[in-house]
Design a protein around this ligand. Structure first.
Ligand SMILES: NC(=O)c1ccc[n+]([C@@H]2O[C@H](COP(=O)([O-])OP(=O)(O)OC[C@H]3O[C@@H](n4cnc5c(N)ncnc54)[C@H](O)[C@@H]3O)[C@@H](O)[C@H]2O)c1
Length: 367
């Protein structure tokens, strides 16, 4: 069915950033408050781990229909279809078969929005196609792998008038949005410096299969590249905290990587020296440290840290002319306000006092 992109723009009355798949209250969804209360029709492309989690979020929202699902694997589609039916939805249509099945789906189906939770290398292509059909794409991280993809997304969104959202959920965390409120209200003075990291050992379950160690789809990136593979979970909230592309902009980036030791050590330890993946040469260093400078003179340090054994951590810390917040300590210090001179105080009371309105409104169970 041919679609007019500009009629579809009207269905979301809040900004696209307050809509799909993030830690928001369903009551904040301003879908269809007029326009005859028609349900919003959302497709899910990529019904693996993350796509299924996002589907579960959609299925508890009022006014959302899931008419179509798409994946490469029939078993994943069957599982997603079952979830829809159990939630009281009509049986969704299914597109499968090959990696281009999404094209037919976007061409043929009458949709308002699409969740894209596929492999990294297809995010941008599917989002571009969705916008060209007047469908709002909500795209899992990292959304793009090249600068050209980024510009294509921006240019296509501007040309079609269709918003496109990257689903960086950490930006919407309760603590991180309270910090944003505090920054906007000047509690930390002028912001000067920030540290953040994505410290998450994903070798033993995500890059490689946890049972026999075979390479899953993202493993090829560790073999072929040496870079910060996953910068959005660390940087997402920081970009808002520091007004990046909204008053300030990143002007310089310097990155260094350690040698690659963790992946080989993991395979030797877990599967023995003879496992094929124990002998491979990985380009990806274990820790990448990037220093970013902004036009207005702020600095940010970002760590990629996904292949050494360790507990999960984001290590957010933000510092201004009046104080500092440290996520690992769950503590802050504010000059002239904190009870003890140059001593940390607990963050919890501040998180409550500066709670973001999205978290006041209710259903905090979405992830
Ligand atoms: N925001 C978060 O917290 C978070 C958490 C986990 C994963 N992710 C992101 O979500 C995405 C998916 O990761 P995952 O862990 O769910 O992977 P996964 O392998 O479990 O699922 C990906 C699914 O996409 C399907 N797929 C791939 N290409 C397709 C195509 N062209 N058409 C239709 N289906 C296609 C695959 O068959 C698979 O079922 C990745 O970008 C990942 O980085 C984000």
């Amino acid at each position: 069915m041919a679609k007019d992109p500009f009629t579809r723009r009207n269905f979301i009355k809040t900004t696209a950033t307050t809509t799909l798949g993030v830690t928001l209250a369903s009551s904040t969804l301003a879908f269809n408050q007029d326009e005859n209360k028609k349900p919003v029709r959302v497709a899910v492309i990529g019904t693996g781990n993350r796509g299924t989690a996002l589907l579960r979020n959609l299925l508890v929202m009022d006014g959302v229909e899931i008419p179509v699902l798409c994946d490469l694997h029939m078993d994943r589609l069957a599982n997603a279809r079952k979830l829809c039916i159990e939630a009281g939805q009509k049986e969704p249509l299914q597109y499968a078969g090959d990696e281009n099945a999404y094209k037919k789906l976007l061409e043929q189906e009458d949709l308002d929005a699409v969740i894209i939770a596929t492999y990294w290398d297809s995010h941008a292509a599917i989002a571009l196609e969705a916008m060209q059909h007047g469908i709002y794409p909500a795209v899992e991280v990292p959304i793009a792998l090249t600068l050209d993809d980024c510009w294509d997304l921006v240019n296509t969104s501007e040309k079609t008038g269709i918003p496109c959202m990257m689903l960086e959920n950490w930006s919407f965390r309760r603590d991180n949005l309270a910090i944003l409120n505090m920054i906007r209200q000047g509690v930390f003075g002028e912001i000067v410096h920030c540290h953040c990291a994505h410290s998450h050992d994903c070798i033993d379950h995500w890059f490689f299969d946890k049972n026999d160690g075979h390479q899953r789809w993202p493993a090829k990136y560790l073999l072929n590249f040496n870079r910060d593979q996953y910068p959005t979970h660390s940087l997402g909230p920081v970009l808002s905290w520091m007004d990046i592309n909204c008053g300030d902009a990143i002007s310089e980036i310097y990155s260094v990587a350690t040698a690659s030791r963790g992946i080989n050590a993991y395979f030797k330890r877990r599967f023995g020296e003879d496992h094929p993946n124990a002998k491979l040469k990985y380009k990806q260093g274990d820790i990448v440290t990037s220093t970013l400078k902004t036009r207005k003179g702020k600095t940010i340090i970002v760590n990629y840290d996904m292949q050494l054994p360790r507990p999960y951590d984001n290590r957010w810390s933000i510092q201004g002319t009046m104080g500092i917040y440290n996520e690992q300590r769950y503590a802050l210090y504010i000059e002239e306000t904190s009870p003890e001179y140059h001593q940390w105080e607990p963050f919890k009371p501040y998180e409550e006092k500066y709670l973001h309105e999205w978290w006041k409104e209710g259903d905090n169970n979405l992830t």
